[in-house]
Ligand binder design. Structure first.
Ligand SMILES: [Zn+2]
Length: 399
């Protein structure tokens, strides 16, 4: 599958900049001195400020901005991460190149006091790739050995995050398959997209992930039966942490010095570690609650409720009744309330009763809707046929 946006040099506009303050002296036979500086557009930064910063000449910057405005430059399309390169010749502004995300490239050239603007759309090409291989050490190394970048490994692992723990559950000899697009910008690889099929086959089982977007626009990865690969709730509200105290009916309380039940999990983590909601839901409590200290309580679907205690502070903008998304920041680890040191006290309730988050069977995100199941089956079967054909070949291939 290939698609091009074959457009090149579009327009040229010349303004008299009158910016040659100093008549350049005739520097006979002395090579001009070029200096290049580069910076990227930061988050929440407006282009004008970035230009001022890198050009360091208010007059030139103003002229460039006016030129861009005159040419209907799409300021709104600027994104954090866009890069700006400025070239100086003998310390005078010579050229500015702006890579807009990176689907367009703008050049502003100073030619003896005249500023001109040109724009170029790079060639965007896509290539569908079937990558397969077997694990020799880790999934990460095996994929990188086949010439792919860590980005693909993370995307692959993310899709299976609910089913497979790639840190502990993979074994040598396991195999993986991925069907995806590689996006090139002027023959330079820029991104992966359209991961339509993933498969992991090993001792732990044979897992498939099929990307399906139903006619209403809802999309997800599903197993062969059309069940979502995602669960409705995350296993943990913290990314990296260890459990320091388990769910128990009887635990000796370190401060109260009495035996009493511990209806949750304690995660040891440094103060300030971000805590996120384990699922979509509504904030039903936010504030101080006795021994819990700063507590957030979130009500989820299927009569689940989660609680996060001892927080040092709450996330900005969190309020009672707020609808939060799975993984959304709700607060930070602390040691408020009855606590001996920074940790998160995490509780999960089902039908009002505390349950052990480690042993509960979590509900899945919605399956493919019945009325769209036929379409899902068609997509699934064609992808599987494609994969089977491709896997019959010796090496990963491109088409
Ligand atoms: Zn606790």
């Amino acid at each position: 599958m290939r698609s091009f946006i074959p457009l090149n040099l579009i327009f040229l506009l010349i303004l008299n900049s009158g910016c040659q303050k100093n008549k350049r002296e005739e520097t006979n036979k002395i090579e001009p001195l070029y200096k290049e500086s580069k910076r990227v557009l930061k988050k929440n930064e407006i282009l004008q400020n970035a230009f001022h910063d890198i050009i360091d000449d208010a007059e030139i910057t103003e002229k460039i901005i006016r030129l861009l405005q005159k040419c209907d430059f799409p300021f709104r399309r600027c994104l954090p991460g866009d890069s700006i390169i400025v070239l100086r010749e003998n310390n005078l502004f010579k050229k500015l190149t702006y890579f807009q995300n990176p689907m367009a490239v703008y050049h502003i050239i100073n030619d003896k006091g005249f500023l001109s603007l040109s724009m170029k759309y790079p060639y965007i090409t896509r290539m569908t790739v079937v990558l397969s291989g077997s694990i020799n050490s880790t999934l990460y190394e095996s994929m990188l050995k086949r010439g792919e970048t860590p980005m693909l490994v993370y995307k692959f692992a993310d899709i299976f995050a609910w089913e497979i723990d790639f840190a502990t559950e993979t074994q040598n000899g396991d195999s993986f398959f991925v069907v995806f697009d590689k996006v090139f910008c002027d023959s330079q690889f820029v991104d992966y997209s359209n991961i339509v099929l993933v498969r992991y086959k090993g001792k732990i089982g044979d897992y498939h992930g099929i990307y399906f977007k139903d006619p209403s626009g809802y999309d997800d990865y599903y197993n062969l039966k059309g069940e979502s690969l995602r669960k409705a709730l995350l296993k943990s509200p913290l990314r990296y942490s260890s459990i320091s105290s388990y769910f128990s009916k009887r635990r000796f309380h370190p401060i109260l010095k009495i035996w009493r039940p511990h209806h949750g999990l304690d995660y040891s983590a440094p103060a300030g570690t971000p805590v996120s909601s384990i699922g979509d839901g509504v904030v039903t409590f936010k504030g101080w609650k006795g021994g819990y200290g700063n507590l957030v309580e979130i009500k989820h679907k299927n009569n689940f409720k989660s609680r996060y205690g001892h927080l040092s502070r709450f996330a900005k903008g969190l309020f009672l009744g707020k609808h939060v998304k799975m993984g959304e920041l709700i607060g930070y680890v602390g040691s408020t309330g009855l606590s001996t040191g920074p940790h998160l006290h995490f509780e999960l309730h089902k039908n009002g009763i505390p349950i052990n988050p480690l042993t509960v069977k979590l509900p899945r995100a919605p399956s493919v809707e019945k009325k769209y199941f036929k379409q899902f089956e068609q997509k699934r079967d064609s992808l599987l046929a494609f994969l089977n054909n491709a896997s019959g070949q010796d090496a990963p291939f491109c088409q």
